[in-house]
Design a protein around this ligand. Structure first.
Ligand code: FAD
Length: 434
């Protein structure tokens, strides 16, 4: 039997949950109608801050500074905001069972929650080296980064291991952002990843070469083409060494592992349709089960622009999908219709003094333009991806807000190009004049 019953329940208290709550408030929600259930102890916050300013030695970000929706330039939703709006924040509560037929959720402590409409916003969980049986992977001071709790433990270790050695396992977003953050904290940093260059899922070899040289100039060591296969701990259980597959052994006081995540869908296995590792939705984030929506990292949705269905693990989509789902829920109640979700992929990162943005699809041939010298005082360079004679993707490092907007526009409009040489020569001005 359901304990407390709500008209709307958002399961998960991350980025999507916060933006959904704001949209509910905008559209009109009565006191006590909406609850957010989260295993985290704090109100929804902008998760990307955890691998950036949260780790800075100066200018450090701390809550309540980065609660949603500051990341998109909106009002900051403090715990009081939810109270004022009559939105119940049920924190520190992990849901361990979901019965979509009975419309109930059960927490680890045995509480039951009922709902009329459920929005699944459980995000991703990190992939752990212990999942693959890597020896010694449970040693102390081996960290993963997903939630604020993880970041707090890492900050404690950074302070405790001042001037120590850090090994970063993985060359993706987390690897690159954490290597920079630990370097800024004066640790001796070595990155290890198996691929021929960093961020291979997005970066071309040319783009990656710039960042790898820039990191090397900052004193970050990079070891490519091998993986961590074991860890040695001292008598207190703290990690001391990382063994690599190629036989090398690295000293380490801190290890941060960023080898990817997977959408957290286990609670719903077998009870909702899945696709491409996520929960399948329509263009309104409705799942195969009536009254159940899925947003953010867990949703596999129609990407209209590419006539494809995809899952996107980025904050911009978490925000926008949450808003779309709430708009759709409210429109349905009022017998109205809204437009289909028409998403332009947008990814970004900031490290050291650098900042890049990417829009669109990274398929096809590429051209590189601009000043990509890693020793340049203000490097500014980019790439276009050209597929079937059209520009479909645009990357820019060091762009101004207007220039970034131009990159977004070019990726959205997909203009035809006659020759790659022209694109290379025109560079940024090609996008700016569109
Ligand atoms: P999340 O924000 O992960 O929220 C999921 C929530 O669900 C969490 O509160 C979790 O505790 C809760 N939850 C899960 N299971 C349960 C359960 N069973 N019971 C109760 N609660 C549960 N993207 C970018 O575009 N740019 C970046 O620079 C960037 N940086 C990032 C840095 C870090 C360190 C991380 C981890 C991610 C970063 N991302 C970035 C990705 C981005 O943060 C995610 O795509 C986004 O947070 C997804 O939002 P979400 O609401 O779907 O999931």
């Amino acid at each position: 039997m359901a304990g407390k019953i709500f008209k709307y329940v958002i399961l998960g208290g991350g980025v999507a949950a916060g933006y959904a709550a704001r949209e509910f408030a905008k559209q009109g929600v009565k006191l006590g109608e909406l609850a957010i259930i989260s295993k985290e102890l704090v109100a929804p916050y902008e998760r990307p801050a955890l691998s950036k300013a949260y780790l800075f030695p100066v200018g450090t970000a701390r809550l309540p500074g980065f609660h949603v929706c500051v990341g998109s330039g909106g009002e900051r939703l403090l715990p009081e905001w939810y109270k004022e709006k009559g939105i119940e924040l049920i924190l520190g509560t992990e849901i361990v069972k979901a019965d979509l037929a009975a419309k109930t959720l059960v927490s680890a402590a045995g509480e039951t929650f009922g709902y009329n409409i459920l929005i699944i916003a459980t995000g991703s969980t990190v992939i752990r080296l212990s999942d693959f049986g890597v020896q010694g992977a449970n040693a102390k001071n081996i960290f993963y980064l997903r939630e604020i709790d993880d970041a707090d433990k890492l900050v404690e270790a950074i302070i405790g291991k001042k001037n120590g050695k850090a090994v970063i396992v993985g060359g993706g977003y987390i690897g690159l952002e954490l290597s920079a953050a630990l370097k800024i904290n004066d640790l001796d940093v070595t990155m290890v990843y198996p691929e021929p260059w960093c961020m291979p899922r997005l970066f071309t070899a040319d783009i990656a070469a710039f960042y790898e040289s820039y990191y090397a100039n900052k004193g970050v060591k990079i070891i490519k083409g091998t993986v961590a296969v074991g860890f040695t701990a001292d008598s207190t259980g703290e990690v001391k060494e990382v063994q690599l597959k190629d036989g090398r052994v690295l000293e380490a006081d801190i290890v941060v592992v960023g080898v990817g995540g997977r959408p957290f869908t286990t609670l719903f296995k077998g009870s909702v349709e899945e696709e491409k590792g996520g929960i399948k939705t329509d263009a309104f984030f409705k799942t195969s089960v009536p009254d159940v929506y899925a947003v953010g990292d867990v949703a596999t949705f129609p990407m209209k622009l590419y006539n494809d269905i995809r899952r996107v693990e980025h904050v911009d989509h978490a925000r926008k999908s949450a808003e779309q789902a709430v708009k759709a829920i409210k429109a349905k109640e009022e017998g109205k219709q809204i437009d289909e979700y028409d998403y332009l992929p947008f990814f970004y990162s900031r490290v050291f003094d650098l900042s890049w943005q990417f829009y669109g699809d990274n398929v096809g041939e590429t051209v590189l333009f601009g000043d990509n010298s890693p020793t340049s005082p203000k490097p500014k360079f980019g790439s276009y991806w050209i597929n079937d004679g059209k520009v479909v993707g645009a990357f820019l490092e060091g762009g101004t807000p207007d220039e970034n907007k131009a990159m977004a526009k070019v990726a959205r409009l997909k203009p035809t190009v006659d020759s790659l040489d022209v694109l290379t020569k025109e560079g940024l001005s090609f996008a700016s004049k569109i």
